[in-house]
Design a protein around this ligand. Structure first.
Ligand code: ATP
Ligand code: MG
Length: 189
């Protein structure tokens, strides 16, 4: 089974590319952002907790996120493959993911990094905010999310590099081109 981590800054296109990969390979898609937004929509306790963090551009605490991830994973798998979108976002989350998968007799196949220049991220997210209706797609919160990304999430690039699992792909240009570059890597797993 393939366990693929799609990685990148906010606005790097993880969701868009995940959708294309799901169509092509039939993998399951776990987007932690989507999971949390659904909880908010449904007015659950978890949703109320999550909203406080998301609206501030902060991450949900690791212990909570790790429990959520495991329960979503177990509801979908065993299966042919999974795309992890938005998880891990911290080193403890990456360690927890390795542990969770090894307990289930599998492992991360590789991390696909969407590399997008900083100026483009802000531009894309501001544009998305006009139609997404997402409370966190406004200039002030986006700036916070980018800072959080640099401080807490970007260290995972070196972490996966050290594990020999990092594959960086150009994350701008035509969608199909980006998708083709990702597929080329996935086909080697
Ligand atoms: P993209 O635009 O590439 O899809 P994003 O950063 O805009 O990425 P989501 O992945 O949808 O957005 O996440 C939205 C918010 O949900 C994050 O800012 C964070 O508050 C919370 N969140 C999502 N995944 C995690 C996680 N793994 N750990 C902690 N918080 C998370
Ligand atoms: Mg997303």
């Amino acid at each position: 089974m393939k366990n693929i981590v799609i990685f990148g800054a906010p606005g790097s296109g993880k969701g868009t590319q995940s959708d294309l990969l799901v169509k092509k390979y039939g993998f399951k898609h776990i987007s932690t952002g989507d999971v949390l937004r659904a909880e908010i929509q449904n007015g659950t306790e978890l949703g109320k907790t999550a909203k406080g963090f998301i609206d501030q551009g902060q991450l949900i605490p690791d212990e909570l996120m790790i429990d959520i991830l495991a329960s979503v994973y177990d509801s979908l798998c065993p299966c042919e493959g999974v795309i992890f979108d938005g998880f891990p976002r911290t080193v403890p989350q990456a360690e927890a993911l390795d542990k969770m998968l090894s307990e289930r007799g599998t492992a991360v196949s590789g991390m696909l990094e969407l590399d997008v220049p900083e100026e483009m991220l802000m531009e894309r997210l501001i544009a998305r905010g006009k139609s997404s209706g997402r409370a966190d797609d406004n200039a002030e919160t986006i700036a916070k999310r980018l800072t959080v990304y640099h401080n807490q999430t970007a260290p995972l690039i070196a972490w996966y590099e050290a594990a020999g699992k990092r594959h960086s792909v150009k994350g701008y240009g035509a969608l199909e081109e980006i998708n083709a570059a990702l597929c080329e890597v996935i086909d080697q797993f």
